[in-house]
Design a binder for this molecule. Structure first.
Ligand code: ZN
Length: 171
């Protein structure tokens, strides 16, 4: 598949949303996703960026972040909404190709950071929370070793994942 228009090569990133997401933020001036990348940028375009969240339990935990500070999907134009969904879908396809997970979860909340972003998370039956969401109750402690092994095996595929995302999404 060809890349999406306007995407560019990755550049540096730093942590934003993954820590300290405790105070509701309203204005762009206070918004961690306006003031920082929110993670390791893998692909960036003029309108969105794809980042790795750096989650130890879920190494491929990916966010697609709309660049402009908007709260809801219905704030986007039809063309913008299609573009954002196309990016989320492309991330899902790359995750299927690279990780062959048991399931892929999409989530969008924005309650703490009301700046449009989608979480795209490959899931396995032996991961730390399955079948709960990654924000839910962890599985019993008997799964700890398997979940750690799963996270480790998945982390080993991250270089391939970054490369595949860049190939699919960069212009
Ligand atoms: Zn913002």
């Amino acid at each position: 598949m060809s890349g999406l228009p306007g995407a560019a090569a990755p550049s540096g990133g730093k942590d934003g949303e993954s820590q300290g997401e405790t105070v509701p933020l309203r204005a762009p001036a206070d918004c961690t996703l306006c003031s920082s990348d929110g993670g390791e940028v893998v692909v960036r375009s003029a309108r969105w960026r794809v980042i790795l969240a750096g989650d130890a339990d879920y190494p491929p935990f990916t966010r697609v972040i709309w660049r402009a500070h908007m709260a809801e999907m219905s704030d986007l134009s039809d063309a913008e909404r299609r573009e954002l969904f196309d990016v989320v879908l492309a991330v899902e396809r790359v995750q299927r190709d690279v990780f062959a997970p048991d399931k892929i979860n999409w989530a969008a909340f924005g309650n703490m950071v009301p700046h449009l972003h989608w979480h795209v998370i490959p899931r396995w039956r032996d991961d730390r929370h399955f079948p709960e969401s990654v924000w839910g109750k962890p599985a019993d402690a008997e799964r700890d070793a398997a979940a750690r092994a799963r996270a480790q095996a998945v982390a080993a595929l991250l270089p391939r994942y970054r490369q595949a995302l860049a190939e699919r999404l960069a212009g």
